[in-house]
Write a protein that binds this ligand. Structure first.
Ligand SMILES: [Zn+2]
Length: 451
């Protein structure tokens, strides 16, 4: 296998931002990362700041069909629209839609997606079309096959469009998920409990055991809306977090999505168990979910990851910024998450929560993913005035590395100002997927028609 080389003007390494970084890869893995190195003649120049691949830890590809639709009502009336959309999907239109969504992700520097997949069918046709769509868009995928059995915690039966999401029983879910066979190398299988509403307690235990036996990631929606907590308290006398804890669904391989409406005990259970919490700020704003206790979760021990969920927008850099901004709105304090902590959420923590622990770092043996952000766009160009003397940062409750080097200013500029539109080059598993802001595998992307 031949060696590929890139030469980054600036790159974010585990030790901080470094200059003139020569990055080498063989196949889908980095083999060497050398700061302050001269470019070799064959190295592709990467002007700007290069990050490891971004991870989108929570996606429902088909929700993209509702982007830009003006809506009244609340989360629950949005859900009715979403059900109607699901009922119109065919395997072919689902593939076309998902390929466009995943290609948009690649353009936004996302090198791996966690697809929380609940349009189930016994033949796995929808699941396989999602895997094909990710492959054709050039990104990796963790297919989080979702158990979805009931309409509420008391076990009320599904009806209407929700029937499309169910296997009928948890045993049928196990049999189906166990029959995928060998997945292609860009894909990994995980399990999901849709929510405390959709899976009875005994079935949660079965799903959690399956994920544990398979050493697979386990994801679940958690406390996105107050009504979900009220239904859980009414039936179980416990919060959704307490129910998941009792069902064995929390732990280092588990990711709870949203984690918005939590008690202090919930935060303690999530943090102490090492459960990752996936925050989806743009969707939580779009649907009026609320602002979760992300700082408290992080301080309690939960890693944070980020997802674009309903795809109101696909921009993990902006999701990271919104994570920080919403905490500012909620707490009246600025800088609760350092640029370092936000970048970890967007990269290594996200990949780890999807079952790819060797991704999201610019280090030898990691997946050869690179995302280069231009520092000369209208959003990212530094102002033409001398920078102010550096002041020591205010102590943050969230762990950060020691005093940052001057080059780390570039990381702050990207996390606090850049958007997906500033991303120029994306390499995924050693292959160039985006060059000069264009998707190389799907050049006709804006014309892709779906639905
Ligand atoms: Zn979701």
């Amino acid at each position: 296998v031949s060696i590929r080389r890139w030469h980054a003007e600036l790159a974010w390494l585990p030790t901080g931002v470094a200059r003139d970084v020569l990055i080498e890869a063989s196949g889908d893995r980095f083999t060497a990362v050398t700061p302050e190195a001269a470019p070799t003649p064959d190295a592709i120049r990467l002007p700007g700041l290069t990050l490891p691949g971004l991870a989108n830890a929570h996606s429902h590809a088909f929700h993209r069909g509702l982007r830009g639709v003006a809506g009244g009502g609340d989360f629950w009336s949005w859900r009715t629209q979403m059900y109607a959309l699901a009922s119109r999907l065919t395997p072919d239109s689902y593939y076309e839609l998902a390929r466009a969504v995943f290609a948009e992700m690649a353009l936004a520097g996302i090198t791996c997606v966690g697809e929380f997949h609940y349009l189930n069918d016994a033949s796995h046709e929808f699941g396989h079309r999602l895997l094909d769509a990710a492959q054709d868009a050039g990104i990796r995928i963790t297919l989080l096959d979702t158990c979805y059995l009931t309409a509420d915690p008391s076990g009320a039966p599904l009806s209407g469009p929700q029937l499309r999401f169910t296997d009928g029983s948890v045993d049928a879910w196990v049999a189906r998920v166990s029959s995928y066979g060998q997945l292609p190398s860009h894909a990994r299988l995980g399990a999901a409990i849709h929510s405390v509403r959709a899976v009875p307690f005994d079935a949660m235990r079965v799903v959690a055991d399956w994920a544990s036996d398979a050493a697979a990631p386990l994801h679940a929606h958690l406390s996105e809306q107050p009504a979900e907590n009220e239904a859980s308290l009414a039936f179980y006398g416990r919060t959704p977090t307490e129910v998941f804890a009792d069902a064995g669904a929390l732990g280092p391989r588990s990711t709870m999505v949203h984690a918005t409406h939590l008690t202090p005990m919930d935060i303690e259970l999530l943090g102490a168990s090492g459960t990752t919490c996936c925050i989806c700020p743009s969707t939580e704003a779009d649907l009026g979910d609320g602002i979760g206790p992300a700082v408290a979760l992080s301080s309690a021990g939960s890693a944070l990851s980020l997802g674009s969920d309903s795809h109101a927008m696909i921009d993990i850099l902006t999701e990271a910024r919104l994570l920080e901004w919403f905490q500012r709105l909620a707490t009246g304090r600025r800088g609760v998450f350092s640029p370092y902590a936000l970048t970890v959420a967007a990269t290594s923590a996200g990949h780890a929560s999807l079952g790819w622990p060797n991704a999201g770092r610019l280090t030898p043996s990691s997946h050869a993913d690179l995302v280069t952000i231009s520092l000369t766009t209208p959003r990212t160009t530094p102002p033409p005035i001398p920078s102010a003397p550096r002041t020591p940062p205010v102590p943050s409750p969230v762990p950060s590395p020691p005093a940052s080097a001057p080059l780390d200013e570039a990381l702050a500029r990207v996390v606090l100002a850049a958007t997906a539109a500033d991303i120029r080059h994306v390499v995924i598993d050693g292959r160039d997927v985006v060059r000069d802001g264009r998707h190389l595998l799907i050049p006709d992307l804006p014309g892709v028609r779906f639905l």
